[in-house]
Ligand binder design. Structure first.
Ligand code: GLN
Length: 483
């Protein structure tokens, strides 16, 4: 039963092959048995899951239907869940029980999804390896000595290991697409404003976006359908109708114009990944797509710009964690200043402290123009590059990451080495564009992802292309040994 996709679960529940309660029990037992190897969950919510599963079964018995009604999922532990610990992977929030549900959590619960737990993540979503979590590193089910990617590494590892069919993630610079690539999943970062950020603990507010991680594009369509939509509680949420993503999966790719940016094939890219990217292009050509070389001339500036803007916003967002209002407070503070300093010094881990310092520096008087303002200008140039490219092509295709997963600890002494792994993903966040990563092969037994980018609000096009690709390839069906 644990091998079923969301789409298969929906059919099984509709045909009364099993109940949501039965399925939930199977998956909870599987998590208890296998997760100790992976560390993909921070909290399990067994009681809530069983209550929600029974309620979903009762709704189905009353004639209700819906693709998510009774479907087991999990939430990255930065989506607020009422009365349940919402830690953001940090000691700072280890004792924090959210007083309300995030919009994403509430919407999925209303659609009948069953929450099995909260997944592990890099502390405050800062990272690409899921090693900065207060709750310890997550292991990649494809090789337990390797990282699963981050920051949504817990969601990715759990889904890849078939502990559950799908989970939510968030993506500020790649944290859905990169772990999807490193664990052989399909992951979608929607257009900025498509999914509500209300109740999603902020890292960098102008870049953060929630989205689905699942094994197939078909399942990402189902989960995104439950997450997307206007929310008056989020002032950056966009009031655009949400298309029927599942209905759009079967569009023909005849004449689809794919752009492959020449800048993607630079020295940093593993040549074996470059080959797999070109193989995926050939596959899409067989389905009727036409391919064109394009240019994104400002791409080389994306990492420096991102690693100014994201820490700047983080330093502002994380100022609310002061030892007074939320979470961790140090023992025996001597005065107010000591309370602030020690609560933050003890509550935040080293990567979070590094980002706060970088961000505060970049925003300080005298440096603001040189760093923050300059980075914002680069951001606009990157967006303009994409706008020009999308005048010529319908979709942009390339690698999701320059390398496959690396060994646990391999990049710990050099944060910049990890930042460089984000080179292909962060431009979509800087421009606010939707992006999807899909399985495209293996290098040394480790999965490789191909990234698709589309114009604003064309999530449906990404899902359509990925679904057609998955109908003609079987990379996404490969299962890690032992799971
Ligand atoms: N790796 C990037 C960072 O550390 C992206 C993280 C994310 O998307 N949350 O900032």
């Amino acid at each position: 039963m644990h091998q079923l996709t969301l789409a298969e679960i929906a059919r099984g529940l509709a045909d009364k092959k099993f109940s949501s309660e039965e399925l939930t029990k199977v998956l909870l037992a599987r998590i208890a048995q296998l997760d100790p190897q992976l560390n993909s969950f921070i909290s399990l919510t067994e009681d809530l899951a069983l209550t929600q599963a029974k309620a979903a079964d009762a709704r189905r018995a009353n004639g209700e239907s819906g693709a998510l009604l009774g479907a087991p999922i999990a939430h990255k532990d930065l989506f607020c869940t009422q009365g349940i610990r919402t830690s953001c992977g940090s000691k700072m929030l280890d004792n924090f029980k959210a007083p309300y549900d995030a919009t994403v959590v509430a919407k999925l619960a209303a659609a009948g999804a069953v929450t099995l737990g909260k997944t592990n993540m890099d502390e405050f979503a800062m990272g690409s390896a899921n090693e900065s979590s207060y709750y310890g590193a997550v292991k990649n089910p494809w090789n337990l000595e390797y990282v699963p990617g981050g920051s949504s590494g817990g969601s990715a590892a759990a889904v890849a290991a078939r502990l559950l069919p799908a989970a939510t993630g968030t993506d500020t610079g790649g944290s859905i697409r990169q772990p999807a690539a490193l664990t052989n999943l399909t992951g979608l970062k929607p257009t900025y404003g498509r999914v509500s950020r209300w109740g999603m603990i902020a890292y960098a507010s102008s870049l953060d976006q929630g989205g689905p991680l699942a094994r197939t594009a078909e399942d990402c369509a189902i989960l995104l359908q439950g997450m997307a939509g206007f929310d008056p509680n989020d002032s950056t949420s966009i009031d655009e109708p949400v298309p029927d993503y599942s209905a759009g999966l079967n569009g023909s790719l005849q004449g689809l114009r794919i752009g492959v940016p020449k800048e993607y094939f630079s020295a940093g890219l593993d040549p074996r990944i470059a080959d797999l990217v070109m193989t995926s292009v050939e596959e899409l050509k067989k389905l009727g797509a036409v391919v064109k070389e394009i240019s994104l001339p400002n791409m080389q500036h994306a990492i420096p710009a991102y690693y100014v803007i994201a820490p700047a916003e983080a330093s502002s967002n994380l100022s609310r964690f002061d030892g007074v209002r939320f979470g961790y407070r140090c023992e025996d503070p001597k005065n107010l200043e000591d309370l602030y300093k020690r609560s933050r010094g003890e509550g935040f881990g080293p990567e979070v402290q590094r980002r706060i310092m970088v961000g505060a520096y970049a925003l300080s008087a005298g440096y603001y123009d040189a760093y923050y303002l300059k980075a914002q200008k680069i951001r606009r140039l990157i967006k303009n590059d994409f706008m020009a490219a999308f005048n010529e092509v319908d979709i942009i295709l390339g690698p999701t990451t320059p390398n496959p997963a690396w060994k646990l600890g391999a990049k710990n002494s050099d944060p910049v080495a990890a930042y460089l792994e984000d080179v292909y993903t962060i431009t979509a966040n800087l421009a606010g564009l939707p992006g999807l990563s899909m399985p495209a092969g293996f290098v040394d037994g480790l999965p490789v992802g191909v990234q698709l980018l589309a114009p604003y609000f064309q999530e449906g096009r990404l899902l359509n292309v990925a679904h057609q690709y998955q109908l003609h390839t079987d990379w996404h069906t490969r299962t890690p040994t032992g799971f």
